[in-house]
Ligand binder design. Structure first.
Ligand code: ATP
Length: 256
């Protein structure tokens, strides 16, 4: 079969009162690739993420995921569809262990899981075992074995970010939306993150879209870079192409 875009965004427009946060944005993300979304503050990156996870509606345009319109899916159905996300500010349970936090990510997909687990039904216990096996896999993949039993609050920030990533992988997403994964990380941690994202990409054949201000990471990890400015797409191509694009240079230098 011909290569199909996993995600196809066409002419998406979002307005907040007088502000046009997204203005006819179109792009495609191919299966198995890493796409970086860049742009100065207020460019519309978070708004686009919120459209993709159905937190925001959009007034015009269409988003196709695996060829199907996303508008058919309610916000709580997004994880089951195969779209996972992390957040700019960690949303972890700080007093719980790494492993328990990771396990909770698995319940995001099987909506009934967490509650019905309390009932100890046989099929639920089977599901718990499967989730446990998956959690071990994900913990290995992200090099979290040594801290699996440690409460999240006792870990360095960089490790906490890895836990959030691990948790997002538990729902077995086809598309993972990463909101500033390098935010707050030091040099060494950013380097580690880059290798980790590549490892996830190759081991899980995952497609990723990341919003990121850390240019060095975006340019080195992405197969495709999409640049927004004032809600409009100003560039879309390989990292090298986008880095050289005069509109991108202008947007970042703030030259009229
Ligand atoms: P940053 O890099 O600072 O996170 P961004 O590229 O993610 O910026 P958005 O947060 O998507 O940009 O914002 C795009 C525009 O939409 C901004 O002008 C912002 O003020 C506006 N905006 C975003 N969300 C809302 C909202 N819920 N209500 C009103 N205006 C909003």
């Amino acid at each position: 079969p011909r290569a199909q875009a996993l995600l196809e965004v066409t002419g998406v427009t979002v307005r907040f009162g007088g502000i046009t946060a997204l203005d006819g944005v179109s792009f495609k993300v191919m299966r198995g690739t890493i796409a970086g979304l860049i742009g100065p503050n207020g460019a519309g990156k978070t708004t686009l993420f919120n459209c993709l996870s159905r937190l925001y509606g959009f007034s015009e345009g269409e988003i196709l995921f695996e060829g199907k319109p996303l508008t058919d899916t309610p916000p709580h159905g997004i994880a089951a569809l195969g779209i996972g996300r992390t957040f700019q500010n960690l949303a972890l349970f700080r007093t719980m262990s790494v492993r328990d936090n990771v396990m909770l990510g698995g319940h995001a997909r099987s909506a009934s899981g967490f509650l019905s687990n309390a009932l100890r039904l046989p099929h639920v216990q089977r599901e718990e075992r499967q989730l446990g096996a998956r959690a071990s896999q994900v913990i290995d993949l992200l090099d979290l074995q040594a801290v699996a039993a440690t409460p999240v609050a006792d870990l360095p920030f960089g490790t906490q970010k890895r836990v959030e990533l691990a948790r997002a992988l538990m729902s077995q997403p086809k598309l993972l939306l990463l909101d500033e994964p390098a935010g707050g990380l030091n040099h060494e941690e950013v380097d580690g993150l880059r290798l980790l994202l590549r490892r996830i990409q190759s081991e899980l054949q995952l497609t990723m879209l990341l919003v990121e201000h850390h240019m060095n990471l975006v340019m080195r990890v992405s197969d495709q870079v999409i640049a927004l400015d004032f809600g409009r797409k100003i560039a879309d191509g390989t990292p090298a192409e986008v880095r050289e694009n005069p509109d991108v240079v202008r947007a970042y230098l703030g030259v009229e």
